[in-house]
Design a protein around this ligand. Structure first.
Ligand SMILES: C[S@@+](CC[C@H](N)C(=O)[O-])C[C@H]1O[C@@H](n2cnc3c(N)ncnc32)[C@H](O)[C@@H]1O
Length: 266
């Protein structure tokens, strides 16, 4: 081989890097990327459904305000459209079931306001009960150490006294009721007989468990129950508590890539 020059047709280094980058960017291309979820190559017409888009956009308008100043929101409403899609679907499916709609943990109402807009709730012959302190997670002795730290952090970085903002956001719907105070005690302030749709988003296990135990008997068979934080990393106390509940009550929970859990009451 001596004396013979071997020429390997190597692309220039920057060309190799460009190729890797373009391959990676093709691979990373997603049709939906937000809220810790990236999806590509799927039909997702719901994202462009005019009704859903209008519902989401109109919720956005009412939810700017003070969120701009809160650290965790980085000046914007998070892109939780896939979660909102599940909530709208579940609420829509529940329209023909016996009972009212209930949300435990509303704040200014990303999810509930999207649902109300989506369903033109003023024309729905049901009430929607929204329970919250409207001022953050109560730091009680019942919280675990981890939950207490989370509550203190989130009260500082995410929540604020949002009752008047919530009142304003839900003012278009006279059949929506805001119930202010600490759950589960405030459940007594509403006349709930049957529940057709339940959304639970309290970000702490003890309050969620006490609340579901009070409400369980009122939930209509076939009603969807959405657990907003179920599979989120950092919310292991809620995950463990709901899994225990699921076994005890023999109702399986479906884990969604959004982190939500979905249960159907039998
Ligand atoms: C993540 S936020 C709810 C967000 C809301 N679902 C949305 O769509 O924007 C959790 C809410 O639960 C409320 N909360 C937590 N523990 C509570 C309790 N024991 N009683 C009443 N509200 C509580 C907090 O005030 C907070 O507004």
């Amino acid at each position: 081989m001596e004396g013979r020059e071997i020429r390997i047709n190597m692309p220039k280094p920057n060309k190799i890097i460009d190729k890797i980058r373009s391959r990676r960017s093709r691979h990373m291309q997603t049709h939906y990327k937000g809220d810790g979820v990236g999806v590509r190559g799927k039909n997702m017409d719901f994202l462009h459904d005019p009704k859903f888009v209008a519902a989401w956009d109109s919720m956005l308008e009412g939810n700017h305000g003070e969120f701009r100043n809160k650290k965790w929101f980085k000046g914007r409403v998070p892109d939780v459209r896939w979660r909102a899609h599940l909530n709208c679907w579940a609420a829509h499916s529940a329209l023909k079931l016996d009972g009212d709609f209930v949300e435990c943990g509303t704040a200014t109402g990303f999810q509930a306001a999207t649902v109300c807009n989506y369903l033109d709730f003023q024309n729905v012959d049901k009430s929607f009960f929204l329970f919250d302190t409207f001022a953050g997670i109560p730091v009680s002795d019942e919280l675990t150490e981890k939950e207490r730290t989370y509550a203190q952090k989130s009260n500082k970085n995410a929540y604020f006294d949002c009752y008047s903002a919530a009142e304003e956001n839900f003012s278009p719907w006279s059949n929506v009721q805001l119930l202010r105070g600490i759950l589960p005690g405030t459940l007594l302030d509403a006349s709930i007989n049957k529940i057709a749709y339940l959304h639970i988003d309290l970000n702490n296990a003890s309050a969620e468990m006490e609340t579901i135990q009070e409400l369980w008997g009122c939930i209509t068979a076939g009603a969807p129950i959405i657990l907003d934080d179920y599979a989120f990393r950092g919310h292991e106390d809620q995950y463990a508590a709901w899994n225990k509940f699921s076994i005890k009550y023999e109702h399986p929970i479906f884990t969604l890539p959004t982190g939500q859990g979905l249960m159907i009451k039998r």
